[in-house]
Design a protein around this ligand. Structure first.
Ligand code: 5AD
Length: 466
């Protein structure tokens, strides 16, 4: 059978989509190629969130279409995902060697399209249509990742799209309107994962705090017959109801999710951390800016004070909470004073880590047309300054773990040094230690003996006692 090489750019949602595409291809009998050089089909699953992500995929494809394709004319080349969705056929006009362009609602069609192209039934395929129900098609898993054929942690896609329309963000245009899978469908997938050895699930969506908001809330079943998808408790959001349902799965150890939006971060979600022990003490909560003026221009729907209030509440419920965020520097019109507000928020919250992004104008977004786009040097300088602050705090927080005993879930061989194992603390910090294969998939306590800036090292002596 032909072999496929699939390269993924961007976020965890993209990784998950790629895994589902790969699982589909494998089910049809395709082999997964270890590199593009030996593959019969090369697919790039793309990201549009910033210009450099798009550029990377375009450069890669330009290379493939150049020398590579000339040597092996039969190779099928394709773009999938967000950039495919937003640019569509334009990509083929720019790079005529590309055979396949498949958008974000058609991942489940990729394997059939590849069949058609290889068999010569079609010359080119561009499919960026919307499809009702496509949010429920990302459900197949490979689960034979790095760790000796045994995946400990799995991504589960719970919804697609976003209706928030932040003025900088291309996602509503690439991922479409919010569409949620049902609770029973998601729970069934999680159950199957657990049956296959998974101990942790990461619930994924572009804006998980909006999960189920657009679904019709079914009336409670009067006759006690048909099970309602959502239980109509007004104080409990659909997202928290989903977490409760996943929490009830026996054998599952940990639940994570990403990304929530501060606007929808209700008290019920904060309280869920207090009462659901499998929901680990880890929150990724994108803030984007510390300035109310910029937050408003971004159309974020919350203030600095409201954001800080959520953080205070989370820490009241779980003092150990590991908190990470996303921040954009250089949004149009951002003044030194606005930037100073972001710096002060970062110092006040003391994030465990933060992704700091340079603002990148995206097509069709309101911010791209705003006056006062900042010069590159200003954005660079603010990026460097903020990153230095974030890193200094992150290192300090890591150092504070030295000497402590922490619970980790062992995921598999360390990515840095495969002779060792790595696991994650409940607060989402990576711990590298010496262990053996039998530890993979276990929840265990290790003593942290050393903290490097981004990694903790656990004590093997303690482990040997287990
Ligand atoms: N420019 C820079 N960063 C962006 N992000 C989203 N859109 C842009 C943009 N136009 C960042 C946000 C978001 C993360 C996934 O990417 O911080 O949370």
């Amino acid at each position: 059978m032909p072999s496929v090489f699939l390269k993924t750019y961007g976020c965890q949602m993209n990784e998950r989509d790629s895994e589902a595409v790969a699982a589909q291809l494998v089910a049809k009998g395709y082999a997964l190629a270890p590199s593009e050089a030996v593959a019969d089909v090369v697919l790039l699953n793309t990201c549009s969130v910033r210009d450099n992500a798009e550029q990377k995929a375009i450069d890669k494809m330009t290379n493939l279409a150049g020398q590579f394709r000339k040597q092996r004319p039969g190779v099928v080349l394709g773009f999938l995902g967000c950039m495919a969705q937003s640019r569509g056929k334009e990509l083929i006009d720019q790079l005529p060697d590309v055979d396949l362009v498949v958008g974000t609602q058609k991942f489940h069609r990729v394997a059939d399209y590849v069949d058609d192209l290889l068999a010569g039934r079609r010359d080119q395929v561009v499919d960026t249509d919307e499809e009702r129900g496509s949010e429920a098609t990302i459900k197949k898993h490979l689960l034979n990742g790095a760790a000796h054929g045994k995946a400990v942690s799995a991504f589960v896609s719970i919804m697609q799209g976003c209706n928030q329309y932040c003025t900088f963000c291309i996602v509503p245009y690439t991922r479409g309107q919010e569409r949620s899978r049902t609770i029973p469908d998601i729970v069934a997938e999680c159950r199957e994962l657990v049956a296959r050895g998974v101990r942790e699930v990461m619930l994924l969506g572009q804006i998980v705090t909006s999960y189920g908001r657009r679904a019709e809330r079914p009336a409670p079943s009067v006759d006690g017959q048909g099970p309602s998808t959502l239980d109509p408790r007004p104080s409990t959001s659909a997202f928290v109801q989903l977490i409760e349902a996943v929490h009830a799965i026996e054998g599952l150890e940990r639940i994570r999710f990403t990304s929530p939006h501060p606007k929808g971060y209700g008290d019920d979600l904060v309280a869920a951390y207090g009462r659901l022990p499998k929901l680990v003490e880890s929150a990724h909560l994108p803030v984007q800016s510390g300035s109310d003026r910029i937050l408003k221009l971004m159309h974020r729907g919350y203030t600095r004070a409201r954001y800080l209030d959520i953080i205070t509440k989370l820490r009241a419920v779980r003092p150990e909470m590991g908190i990470t965020t996303d921040i954009i520097v250089g949004f149009p019109g951002e003044t030194e004073a606005d930037f100073a507000e972001t710096l002060s928020l970062v110092r006040e919250v003391e994030f465990d880590n933060a992704f700091v992004f340079k603002y990148s104008p995206r097509r069709d977004t309101p911010a791209a047309a705003m006056p006062d786009q900042l010069p590159e040097e200003v954005i660079e300088a603010r990026h460097a300054q903020l990153l230095a602050t974030v890193n200094e705090i992150a290192e300090r927080k890591n150092k504070a773990c030295e000497g402590r005993m922490l619970e980790i879930l062992v995921e598999g061989p360390s990515r840095k040094n495969p002779a060792r194992l790595e696991g994650r603390t409940r607060t989402n910090k990576i711990v590298v230690f010496e262990g053996s294969d039998r530890h993979i998939g276990q929840v265990m306590n290790v003593r942290i003996v050393h903290a490097a800036p981004f990694t903790l090292y656990g004590d093997p002596a303690i482990l040997n006692l287990n």
